[in-house]
Ligand binder design. Structure first.
Ligand code: ARG
Length: 576
């Protein structure tokens, strides 16, 4: 049930019947204040202007034509022509029952699309660091949400697995192997990378070999391919551990690294030249884009092939967009990449559109995000100034959660403590990120994210256990709840209305890729449940029908919280 779109349709019909042009916007939104009803329609003013009639007069006509029988209890006109809609508690009660009877909380089925989601994208022979955290968990929340709605989602892990550095890495892997050192050395990938680079800089013979390996690798040489694959495998096996710990749904089969597009690149460059989009400039191949200007005001040149024949990151992203449309049959492509790469993507896509590789009807969307900052407001680093490895960050989260939970529950059995520490610790790191608007930078603060108060994972997880326990304490089975939902107290009606707005939160998250909208929704829901719980006795209700009705509200609240958190990739427990 999507109340917002139901009301939108109804108000649009009334607007049309009142003489408005067909595509007029009803502009229905949730009201910010109870005095303005549950929803308000704000479209009358702009339509009245177009029609040249007083807005209040149009509002009156629209209201007289608005058919909300059985749905709304009252419709008011406020101010210059706002229409305030007060939903009928009896109707809300029916919808709560319908949601409980439906396996998917009565969420409206969508027309399934094929949606490619580009996220995580770590680099080979480098460890994942905090910079990859945001892409990984925000992208995964979007993926889970789109799949829940019924879309076909293709996870595309655009791993950095190609480039000239691989000659050096292969040569160094070979060196380690020839010394008979165990490959486990690679468990510290950063160190491996650094040592390879150092050897490359200091040892001319090694550097020579490295360069020859680049050429061989690109030429498809079997030995180099094999060594390269080993590097990818070792890296991705380590990253998989991080994904699993993070409860992220990515697996090995989602890897679609840069190398996948390598064979397409010569053809792309030739085609862009043939189409007159790319030109030679000082031996390099360049596309000049009118819509991007240099400081001097000249059209900006985007290099797609260097003088030495090498292709660039942009060339790969051009091929990649083409592949996602042509081969993967994407209807929509989402990119979870930090905001510093925005211009890069816009340039690649501008070329993609001009070349006709992806039609305008298929959106390419950059769901960008800001940086993680330390408490000092500077980029989040180790005390020594190094990048923070994701694995270390998760270790610390576990450690802190373990201490916190042990303090609160000194007698908790060790095994339960471990599970809870994992659920709360990892949940806290993820939720702290997901609950902030993704477009801005945010301050990473352990104390805030692990607080049991406020919009945090521990608070939400605890709220879930409280709601779930109400039902358990009743000793009743769901099937015994045969009395219909009745909404009498204000707290009951407010809770019911919010429960039925779950789909609206899902829809926004699916459209904009903004998990914080879901976090705010769930947080608000938990708050409304608390006040309902305070004002409306459940287990001691004066009448069995009331007891059942209130238990149903608790049941739908617990299902909604669990489903919402699951969509965010946040786990819940039954007891904490
Ligand atoms: N590997 C890149 C990095 O670590 C991110 C790749 C994002 N995806 C893309 N299609 N460019 O910065």
């Amino acid at each position: 049930m999507n109340i917002q779109s139901l009301l939108s349709d109804k108000v649009s019909q009334a607007l049309t019947a009142a003489g408005a042009p067909v595509a007029s916007e009803a502009q229905v939104r949730q009201s910010a204040k109870a005095q303005f009803g549950d929803y308000q329609a704000n479209g009358v003013m702009s339509v009245a202007k177009k029609l040249g009639i007083p807005p209040r007069q149009l509002a009156e006509t629209v209201v007289s034509l608005l058919d909300l029988d059985g749905i709304a209890q009252k419709i008011d006109i406020a101010g210059p022509g706002f229409i305030n809609i007060f939903l009928d508690p009896a109707w809300l009660a029916l919808q709560v029952d319908a949601a409980l009877d439906s396996p998917r909380l009565n969420i409206t089925p969508v027309i399934p699309q094929t949606i490619v989601v580009d996220y995580s994208a770590p680099n080979v022979a480098k460890e994942m660091h905090v910079g990859h955290l945001r892409s990984t968990i925000i992208g995964d929340a979007a993926v889970r949400t789109l799949e829940f709605l019924g879309h076909k989602v293709i996870r595309a892990n655009h791993v950095g697995d190609w480039g000239t550095q691989f000659g050096m890495l292969i040569a160094y892997l070979e060196k380690i192997q020839s010394r008979g050192e165990p490959e486990m050395q690679l468990s510290s990938l950063e160190e491996f990378y650094r040592a390879a680079k150092k050897t490359y800089d200091e040892d001319a013979e090694f550097a020579e070999r490295a360069r020859s390996y680049v050429v061989k690798l690109q030429g498809g040489d079997e030995y180099c391919r094999q060594m390269w694959r080993k590097l990818v495998d070792i890296t991705m096996a380590q990253n998989q551990q991080v994904y699993d710990r993070l409860n992220v749904t990515l697996t090995r089969k989602d890897v679609m690294g840069e190398s996948l597009y390598n064979d397409m690149l010569p053809g792309i460059v030739a085609d862009l030249k043939a189409k007159g989009l790319a030109v030679e400039s000082d031996g390099a191949t360049v596309v000049y884009l009118e819509e991007f200007r240099t400081k001097e005001g000249e059209p900006m040149g985007v290099i797609i092939q260097k003088k030495d024949g090498a292709y660039l990151y942009t060339t790969t992203d051009i091929a990649c967009a083409k592949y996602r449309y042509e081969t993967l049959k994407a209807d929509r492509v989402l990119y979870y990449i930090d905001s510093r790469q925005h211009q890069h993507l816009l340039q690649a896509w501008s070329i993609v559109r001009k070349a006709g590789y992806v039609p305008e009807s298929v959106p390419l969307e950059h769901h960008m995000f800001g940086m993680m900052l330390g408490k000092d407001g500077k980029p989040f680093k180790t005390r020594a100034g190094g990048t923070i490895k994701l694995a270390d960050l998760l270790d610390e989260a576990l450690e802190r959660a373990r201490r916190l939970i042990a303090e609160k529950n000194p007698d908790m059995p060790a095994e339960e403590l471990e599970t809870l520490a994992r659920v709360v610790g990892i949940g806290a790191v993820k939720y702290a990120d997901l609950s902030k608007s993704r477009t801005t930078d945010y301050i990473f603060d352990w104390d805030n994210m692990l607080a049991f108060e406020g919009n945090t994972a521990p608070y939400m997880q605890y709220a879930y256990t409280r709601v779930a326990s109400v039902f358990k304490r009743s000793g009743l089975d769901e099937r015994q709840l045969t009395a219909p939902v009745r909404l009498e107290a204000e707290q009951e009606t407010l809770l019911a209305a919010r429960l039925l707005q779950f789909e609206e939160a899902i829809t926004v998250l699916a459209r904009d890729g903004t998990p914080h909208v879901m976090c705010s929704y769930l947080y608000d829901l938990a708050g409304l449940f608390s006040s309902f719980y305070e004002h409306c006795p459940i287990l001691t209700a004066e009448h069995n029908d009331i007891l059942q009705s209130r238990l149903k509200l608790a049941l739908l609240t617990s299902r909604t919280l669990k489903q919402g958190l699951e969509m965010l990739g946040i786990q819940t427990v039954e007891r904490m």
